[in-house]
Design a protein around this ligand. Sequence first.
Ligand code: PAF
Length: 282
Amino acid sequence: MEITGDLDALHARIGGWRRGGARIGFVPTMGNLHAGHHALVRCARGDADRVVASIFVNPTQFGPDEDFARYPRTPDADAAGLAAAGCGLLWAPSVDTMYPLGVAAATLVRVPGITDILDGAHRPGHFDGVCTVVARLLLQVQPDVAAFGRKDYQQLAVIRAMVRDLAFPVALLAVDTVREDDGLAMSSRNQYLDANARARAPALHRALQAMRDAVRSGEDPAAAGDAARDTLQAAGFAVDYAEVRTSDLRMPDDRDAALVALVAARLGTTRLIDNLAFDRGG
Ligand code: PAF
């Protein structure tokens, strides 16, 4: 696997592949890769001849009090895992390459509406940073297909909206969440959890299952969310939201069948998110 942080080298390598008729897959990441990221690469590899992955810890999607500085950076292990999963080229730009005018002067991409709810309400500006960097990455790599994890449910919905609205010529692949044996969704932030918090963290997935089961047995979605919030708070979580929404993140009414339970909660200083899509009818 080749690694570059030089935009001309990136274009030269991908251009060569494309002239040879290759279909290009892309997996954007912030590094500190785990089995969930490797699944994204394998999925992209299944739909493309060559896979490019990026590692860029994007400063514009972190709030001032968030974990940008301490976000785990593990470049050697990441490169080995990407190569083993079938990635052919790792794009690892510097902040200056990604934001040539500087972060403060960067052209921003904002998707209104869907970015103002749930995580967007609790992390103001987060999705503007995500859209801004994903738009840049898509322009740099120009892939035929790009893979994103379903774990970041709202992020995927926001990126779908951006890709559609700006007519990016890319197909999006949505890849299932990879979980630990006890149900905890894999996340780079899990490693912030101490032993006590790690033992409690699977309650998040159980809360999602409880929301799903309650709604399937006829409970009002809002009441199911409230009950999950109470359960999690009693278990020591500080809950940002625990809600059941439609699959396109609207408030559900009785006729909506395709639903998703979503939760974001903190254990100590570690903020975890997870979701569970389900059909009301079971
Ligand atoms: O999901 C992530 O890891 C990031 O939000 C992404 C899509 C790589 C943009 O920085």
